[in-house]
Design a protein around this ligand. Structure first.
Ligand SMILES: *[C@@H]1O[C@H](CO)[C@@H](O)[C@H](O)[C@H]1NC(C)=O
Ligand SMILES: [Cu+2]
Length: 314
């Protein structure tokens, strides 16, 4: 009886926040990292995540809190996770994440010195290691990365590129919700030490500041997804800088197509061999349970399994 009434009390006390949220936990290499609990007392909280204080979104691209949310400074008992370059790290949003329209983005920023603890996120230079936007269809009614995030347990998995130099970094997972204007930004940061990394530094064109990386007038941010134009628009420009490794002189030449198809995992071996219509662009969806669209990637990309719900052209 007591437990029941307590539950009723809790569930009526929270409705103002359940429409929003943020990253509540992480996993990497079999380790589970509980995140900051914004509605608990900060005292005694110890986590790899930078503290944040509210489930509410940021709705101004020039807000300093767009770096690591409010306020994103390190906690008194701040931890740092050790993460191998080339491994994947998953961020878990609160379940079930409510906003299915918009892009998913992941950034890294290297900290000076021997730790990120105490470093102001607004002073760092960020580079984007993962992005996904409109996956298929139109801006108005198509399938978005945010919907994919919801479909995969309200989580998003990003691989730390093996080429990233070892060091101390903030990792910034972000979902942007476009169901209303202004757009809603949900960024959270965690401290990681990358080990076993490579030697490809991000180029100047790939490095941005937060705030600075986005403008409120960016076509991917100031976007009315319910407009007439959106009903026929099939392209979406993901905000922010070009992806790490995609611009500047440091980009290695692509391997010849024959070696690409023989050296990468592929989920297309059982796909129909007849004409399939359009081929899928870089980062587009090409397979996964429940998916019925085209399965052939545009050259030189290969359909690569991310998880049971999602294969993409990489
Ligand atoms: C789904 O996410 C929750 C955290 O939000 C986690 O506890 C659970 O293990 C995840 N389930 C799967 C199947 O990954
Ligand atoms: Cu919300």
């Amino acid at each position: 009886m007591f437990a029941l009434s307590l539950l009723a009390l809790v569930s009526t006390a929270l409705p103002s926040v359940i429409a929003h949220g943020g990253v509540l936990s992480y996993s990497n290499g079999g380790n589970w990292y509980q995140g900051w609990a914004p509605y608990n007392s900060p005292t005694g909280q110890t986590t790899i995540q930078r503290p944040w204080s509210t489930y509410n979104p940021i709705t101004d691209a020039t807000d300093p809190q767009i770096a690591c949310n409010d306020d994103g400074t390190s906690g008194a008992l701040q931890l740092t996770a050790t993460v191998k370059a080339g491994s994947s790290i998953t961020a878990y949003w609160n379940q079930i994440w409510p906003h299915a329209i918009g892009p998913m983005l992941t950034y890294l920023a290297e900290c000076p010195g021997s730790s990120c603890t105490g470093v102001n996120a607004n002073t760092l230079k960020w580079f984007k290691i993962d992005e996904a936007g409109l996956l298929s269809g139109t801006v108005y009614s198509g399938s978005w990365a945010d919907g994919q995030m919801i479909a995969q347990n309200s989580s998003w998995t990003t691989t730390i590129p093996s080429t990233v130099p070892s060091g101390n970094y903030l990792i910034r997972f972000e979902t942007i919700a476009l169901h209303s204007l202004p757009a809603q930004f949900y960024p959270e940061c965690a401290q990681i030490t990358i080990t076993g990394g490579g030697s490809l530094a991000p180029t100047a064109a790939e490095l941005v500041s937060f705030p600075g990386a986005y403008s409120n007038s960016d076509p991917g941010i100031n976007l009315d997804v319910y407009s007439n134009a959106a009903q026929t628009q099939t392209t979406y420009v993901i905000p922010g800088p070009p992806l790490y490794g995609s611009s500047g002189s440091a980009v290695p030449p692509p391997p010849p197509p024959s070696s690409v198809s023989s050296s990468r995992p592929s989920s297309v071996s059982s796909a129909p061999t007849g004409p399939t219509g359009a081929s899928v662009a870089h980062y587009g969806q090409c397979g996964g349970s429940g998916y019925s669209g085209p399965t052939v990637c545009a050259a030189p990309y290969t359909c690569t399994v991310s998880n049971q719900y999602y294969s993409q052209c990489l």
